[in-house]
Design a protein around this ligand. Structure first.
Ligand code: SF4
Length: 250
C-alpha cells in the first residue's frame, strides 16, 4: 500500500540534459512502482508531505500541473521535445484517477510539441487516441524477459507480459514505439529479443548503475555475476548482435 497526497507546483516543464529531450514533466513526485534499483529514489528528499518516507511508499500529486503547463506553453516561444517522465512513471496507478499525464499530452499537442513517453505501465494504452499523433513516441521499459526477475526487483510494477502486450497494441495501432532495456537486469537476451523485436522501432540499453542498493537482493537470488561489469558488457554485446542497428546506449 502507498499514501497519496495532493500538492501544488510552481512549474511543469523543466529543462533537461537527457539526449534528444529538451524538457521533462513529472506530474507526480514519487513513484509507487518502487523499483529496488530506482535511480530516482533521491527525489524522496524533495517530498513536501512525506519527508523521511521510503521511496515507493508515497506519491504527491501535482494537481495544478496542467494549469502550470498551459501558462508555460502560452508564454514560451521555445520549442522542443518534452519527456513524460524522468523521475516517476507517468502512468503509475494514481494516473488512472487523476489523468494528469493525459491532460498534459492534450495541452502539449495543442501547442504542437513533440512528445516522448517512458513508462512501465500498460495504462499508456488508454491514451492511444492521443499517441497516434506522428510527433509522439512511446518507450516501454522492459529490462528483462523474466517475470520472476521482475517480481524480485520491481514487485509493484506491471508484469513483463502486460508491458509487452501494451507495446504490441501501441505498435499495431501505428504508434512510434521503442523499448528501454535499462537497467539490464538478469535476463535471457534471445528471449527478450524474440518477445519485443517486432514491436520496437529502436532499443535503448543501459547498465545497472546503483549496484550497492541491490547488492544483497542480487546475491540472495544467486545473481553475483549479474552485478559485474563483465555481465553488463556481454549482455550489451548480445543485445547489439540481436537488435543490430536499432540499438543505442543511454
Ligand atoms: S518506474 Fe522508474 S521512477 Fe518508478 S520506481 Fe521504477 S525506476 Fe523508479
Amino acid at each position: 500500500m502507498y499514501h497519496v497526497s495532493e500538492i501544488h507546483t510552481r512549474s511543469a516543464m523543466v529543462r533537461s540534459k537527457i539526449t534528444g529531450v529538451d524538457f521533462v514533466i513529472n506530474p507526480y513526485l514519487g513513484c509507487t512502482h518502487g523499483c529496488s534499483y530506482c535511480y530516482a529514489a533521491f527525489m524522496a528528499k524533495y517530498a513536501r508531505l512525506h519527508s523521511g518516507w521510503e521511496w515507493g511508499s508515497f506519491v504527491e500529486v501535482k494537481v495544478n500541473v496542467v494549469d502550470a503547463l498551459c501558462i508555460e506553453l502560452q508564454k514560451s516561444r521555445k520549442t522542443g521535445r518534452v519527456l513524460l517522465s524522468s523521475v516517476c512513471d507517468p502512468y503509475q496507478p494514481v494516473e488512472k484517477k487523476y489523468e494528469l499525464t493525459r491532460q498534459c499530452l492534450i495541452a502539449l499537442q495543442e501547442h504542437g510539441r513533440p512528445i516522448e513517453i517512458l513508462t512501465r505501465s500498460p495504462l499508456v494504452v488508454r491514451d492511444l487516441d492521443l499517441l497516434r499523433h506522428r510527433t509522439a513516441s512511446v518507450g516501454l521499459s522492459i529490462p528483462t524477459d523474466s517475470d520472476a526477475v521482475r517480481r524480485e526487483l520491481e514487485p509493484n510494477a506491471p508484469s513483463i507480459p502486460n508491458r509487452i502486450e501494451a507495446l504490441r497494441r501501441l505498435r499495431e495501432a501505428g504508434v512510434n514505439t521503442w523499448v528501454f532495456i535499462g537497467p539490464m537486469l538478469p535476463m535471457n537476451p534471445e528471449r527478450l529479443h524474440a518477445a519485443v523485436s517486432d514491436y520496437a522501432g529502436h532499443v535503448v540499453i543501459d547498465a545497472l548503475n546503483y549496484r550497492g542498493r541491490v547488492r544483497d537482493l542480487f546475491l540472495n537470488n544467486g545473481w553475483r555475476h549479474e552485478l559485474t561489469d563483465e555481465y553488463a558488457r556481454t549482455t550489451a554485446r548480445a543485445l547489439e548482435m540481436l537488435f543490430g542497428s536499432r540499438v543505442s546506449h543511454a
